[in-house]
Design a protein around this ligand. Structure first.
Ligand code: SAH
Length: 374
């Protein structure tokens, strides 16, 4: 059994602008109160309702009785030698999830989680080894960004901490499209000009390829899409990313191009983890190029980040460069992701958080994540 969350007050971080307007109306107040609240929460970084001084005393009292701005609780913070920072955040009594801030000269990227653990069982990912515990709520997803703003620029009152955080990527723990119901409102709050006011090109959702949800996402919200491809053919992808057995590559790519058409997007980024002697040959680079040639695609090659118990090895820098050059020669856009925060296990695929009570989840005919432990 999971222990209940620490408070039964409504967490205002979970409400989009229309949701907050409806809530304020329920309390008998005018819609402009919602704007004032958003301004306090997201522009001024205030979480104490009693400190929101342009709201009437009565309204503050009524609100504080029923609602609060509850941010995730920090369990630990780790600092990497390269400036990357990782926070472990409390989910329930024993569970935890993680977020990572990656500073670069021209931007600051916050990588957030969408689930505690993951059910998709990708063979090269540390999160998968943990199994799945639960979805994060909208407030817990938004709360990560809010908390990071406060942690990174204490005292900053502008949205996204005076732009210390310029980009947000849903590439932490979990499969965001498997938590569609909570992730979509969170994305809307990230984009809302009264919320974090991030541009749609600076918010990226990364998915392992849940095809029906990519079509639904195209109807709902406009963010940049990244897809974890990792293999140029179905046989290998079935092994690395098991959801491929349900939604093979051709279907996945059709959904990607549909998403771009609907959202008037520039390109889809395809992530490709470089695993020695598994998916890194020149022939595989050529096969990958054939799949994506002529489409608005960017390929991001990710050097594999090892974790305890894995049997995979990272491709050598020479092999990764040769793979990239094969792609470039065929006119594709390909980059190599620089590994960051490795010394604190904060790099791609290394986030493990703490997943104790694992839940069994059924996705189609396959059962992912197994019950056990404690
Ligand atoms: N579930 C989503 C988002 C989380 S993972 C997805 O699959 O896209 C973010 C990226 O890190 C994905 O491309 C994932 O495949 C990659 N990744 C996972 N494990 C990795 C590892 N050990 N080394 C390098 N990249 C990894």
């Amino acid at each position: 059994m999971l222990s209940p969350v620490s408070s039964d007050r409504l967490n205002l971080l979970g409400l989009t602008r229309p949701g907050l307007e409806a809530y304020v109306a329920e309390l008998g107040s005018k819609p402009f109160r919602a704007r004032q609240l958003l301004n306090w929460i997201y522009k001024r970084g205030e979480h104490r309702i009693e400190a929101m001084t342009d709201l009437s005393k009565e309204f503050r009292a009524a609100l504080a009785e029923r609602a609060e701005v509850r941010t995730p609780e920090i369990v630990t913070v780790q600092h990497s030698a390269d400036g990357t920072r990782k926070w472990k955040l409390k989910a329930d009594s024993a569970q935890a999830y993680e977020m990572v801030f990656i500073p670069e000269p021209d931007r600051g990227t916050l990588c957030i989680s969408s689930q505690v653990g993951c059910a998709l069982d990708c063979s090269f990912c540390a999160t998968a080894q943990q199994g799945f515990n639960r979805n994060l709520s909208t407030a817990e997803i938004v709360g990560q960004v809010w908390l990071a703003c406060r942690e990174l620029a204490p005292g900053a009152v502008e949205s996204a901490a005076g732009r210390v955080i310029t980009n947000v990527v849903l590439m932490g723990m979990g499969e965001p499209l498997a938590n569609f119901r909570n992730v979509v409102p969170a994305l809307k709050i990230l984009l809302d000009d009264l919320g974090f006011d991030l541009s749609r090109r600076r918010v990226t959702l990364s998915t392992s390829g849940l095809v029906p949800q990519i079509y639904r996402l195209a109807e709902e919200v406009n963010v940049a899409l990244a897809v974890s491809l990792h293999a140029p053919d179905d046989a290998l992808r079935n092994e690395l990313v098991p959801i491929n057995r349900k939604h093979p590559i051709a279907e996945l790519l059709a959904a990607c191009w549909h998403y771009l058409d609907e959202q008037n997007g520039r390109s889809v980024t395809f992530e490709y983890v470089m695993l020695e002697d598994v998916n890194d040959s020149s022939a595989q680079a050529r096969a990958l190029a054939r799949l994506l040639e002529g489409h608005p695609a960017k390929i991001n090659l990710i050097p594999f980040n090892p974790f305890p118990g894995t049997h995979y090895r990272r491709s050598s820098p020479e092999v990764i460069a040769r793979f990239r050059d094969e792609l470039l020669r065929r006119g594709l856009i390909a980059t190599i992701r620089r590994t960051r925060g490795e010394d604190i296990d904060a790099a791609c695929g290394q986030l493990a958080g703490r997943v104790i009570d694992r839940t069994t989840v059924r996705l189609g005919s396959k059962t992912f994540g197994l019950v056990a432990q404690s």
